[in-house]
Design a protein around this ligand. Structure first.
Ligand code: 9D3
Length: 264
């Protein structure tokens, strides 16, 4: 997988790809990451990359020309046809994009080459969106200053899904966002820290009991914090029975409308 990142602030990327999983993925040749300064693709004396919006209203808009020139220089004959199944995608990071989630990350991980355009200021000239980009992504409903940190998020979320990026090839399947539930609590030594003991079942050596406790903790936690995820999760009959019990205990609210056994 190759990432080409277009930005007005290339220095923001110093260091982020030089640690941990990303460092290994780059070192092993699994991914190639190239940072490009959009300013290098201007043709005017003052290297202008932004201008005032037509129609007024203040703020600045990123000019189309340097962005088109940058992408065309970087992709050459690999310019996508702007079709859905093209192995090369040109992605604009923007607050108006579709929301990134684990499913979108998987989708991006199937491509060969991702060009990530980092917006700044009020936004980019609409013709970039209309005639150049093949996809537009936001990382969440909060305001950032530009697309640079979202581009880093995409590189990390996608790279760890590539075969060979993680020590355990099955790890991505166990991720909480792949199973649809939040993770159970984790503990490590010591068994008692400042008087707070680790749940006894975890010290019991009974693997079936441990697995059951963890599943129940995941269910409780998801019901309490992310009922939206629980509503979409695949639940077994035993999961539902446990959740009904937890509702009866007052541990969670019955957001799933689980009812009681006589009703189903
Ligand atoms: C003050 C201007 N905003 C009015 C609501 C619009 C706006 C334009 C540009 C807000 C933020 C930005 C810069 N952000 C991004 O380019 C961006 C972003 C984000 O802010 N949140 C989540 N994902 C992304 S991806 C790119």
């Amino acid at each position: 997988m190759r990432f080409d990142i277009l930005t007005l602030f290339p220095a923001l990327f110093t260091g982020v790809f030089e640690e941990s999983i990303l460092k290994r993925a780059v070192a092993s040749g699994l991914v190639t990451i190239a940072i490009h300064n959009i300013r290098d693709y201007t043709t005017d004396k003052h290297h202008v990359t932004d201008d005032e919006p037509y129609g007024g209203g203040g703020g600045m808009v990123m000019k189309a020309e340097p962005i088109f020139r940058a992408v065309e220089a970087i992709l050459g004959n690999e310019m996508p046809t702007r079709g859905r199944d093209d192995p090369t995608q040109i992605i604009l990071l923007s607050p108006a994009g579709r929301l990134l989630n684990q499913t979108v990350a998987y989708e991006l991980a199937q491509r060969e080459r991702l060009v990530l355009i980092c917006g700044r200021y009020e936004g980019v000239d609409e013709r970039v969106r209309e005639h150049l980009v093949t996809d537009e992504i936001s990382i969440g409903d909060y305001v950032l200053s530009g697309g640079e940190i979202p581009a880093m998020v995409i590189v990390e979320a996608v790279t760890r899904l590539l075969p060979g990026a993680l020590g355990d090839p099955l790890a991505p399947l166990k991720d909480s966002h792949a199973t649809g539930l939040l993770e159970h609590p984790h503990y490590t030594r010591p068994a008692v820290f400042r008087g707070w003991a680790v749940p006894e079942v975890l010290l019991s050596g009974n693997h079936a009991e441990v697995a059951r406790w963890r599943r129940q903790q995941s269910l409780l936690r998801t019901a309490q914090r992310r009922p939206d995820l629980l509503a979409k999760a695949e639940l077994t009959a035993e999961d539902r029975e446990f959740l009904r019990w937890a509702v009866g205990q007052g541990l969670i609210e019955d957001t799933l409308r689980l009812g009681n056994k006589s009703e189903d």
